[in-house]
Design a protein around this ligand. Structure first.
Ligand code: AP5
Length: 230
């Protein structure tokens, strides 16, 4: 692989799988959506798939809910199964971006094997680095309107009426795992299980890093610059 061109097409129509890494609140979801739009490839979030299963009350959702609300990792079998199925879908054949997977060594080894078996190129990891105090504010301050979906942050974007959506007056909701004590637990789990993967991808020459402390647009621009090798 040419240095500095981590998302170079592996042929005219396909892209190397890209893993968005970083602690909770780093902006993995925000940035994977922006990259996915720009490159026309799907972004896959294990967290979003699990939250959707909880919302729909499926057996998977019911089995995962308490683990997620405690800020712990759902079992490897469950998330590896989700990734195996989702990445086999036709829209992933040109490439895909994964947000929030792998989160520990067994998941990383599973993904390597899956890509190898399917004859796909090795995935590249993009680590988004953000200061701890910024992460706490982003997560503990996050609120969402259940009616129109508008996202707010009570620390960074003061509301006209505390607790209510500026657009439609609905009561804002907080993700159960964004409560401060759960955020703390998520960060501890990240340090213990996920952060060591950064060194793994670095030692394999498959890591790129970006400063994620700036504005969402600024971080997106920095990522595109890395992906374009400039
Ligand atoms: P998951 O949904 O993956 O959550 P997370 O990574 O812990 O945290 P977030 O999704 O909140 O953070 P993010 O980095 O995506 O940032 P975002 O763009 O949202 O996982 C949830 C749970 O599911 C896990 O705890 C676990 O239980 C389970 N799970 C998921 N995957 C698993 C796996 N592989 N194995 C086992 N269990 C798994 O941004 C956060 C906030 O900050 C937003 O409000 C956003 O608007 C804002 N923001 C983003 N960027 C910026 C910026 N640059 N400036 C200001 N604000 C910003």
């Amino acid at each position: 692989m040419a240095a500095g061109l981590p998302l170079e097409p592996t042929d005219r129509k396909s892209f190397r799988p890209l893993l968005l890494m970083g602690p909770p609140g780093a902006g993995k979801g925000t940035q994977s959506r922006a990259i996915g739009r720009a490159f026309g490839i799907p972004e896959i979030s294990t967290g979003a798939m699990l939250r959707e299963a909880v919302r729909r009350g499926t057996p998977l959702g019911l089995a995962s809910q308490s683990t997620m609300e405690a800020g712990c990792l759902v079992s490897d079998n469950v998330v590896c199964g989700l990734i195996e199925l989702r990445t086999a879908e036709p829209d992933c054949q040109r490439g895909f971006i994964v947000d929030g997977f792998p989160r520990n060594l067994p998941q990383a080894v599973f993904l390597d094997g899956l890509l190898l078996t399917r004859g796909k190129p090795k995935a590249l990891a993009l680590n988004i680095r953000v200061d701890r105090d910024v992460l706490m504010k982003r997560l503990a301050g996050r609120r969402e309107c259940p009616v129109c979906g508008t996202a707010y942050n009570v620390y960074m974007s003061p509301l006209q009426c505390p607790g209510l959506c500026d657009a439609d007056g609905a009561d804002l909701i907080q993700r159960p795992d964004d409560r401060e004590e759960v955020v703390q637990r998520r960060l501890e789990e990240y340090d213990r299980q996920t952060k060591p993967l950064i060194e793994r991808y670095r030692s394999l020459g498959l890591l790129r890093e970006v400063d994620g402390n700036g504005s969402p647009e600024g971080v997106t621009a920095a990522i595109f610059s890395i992906l374009n090798g400039s």
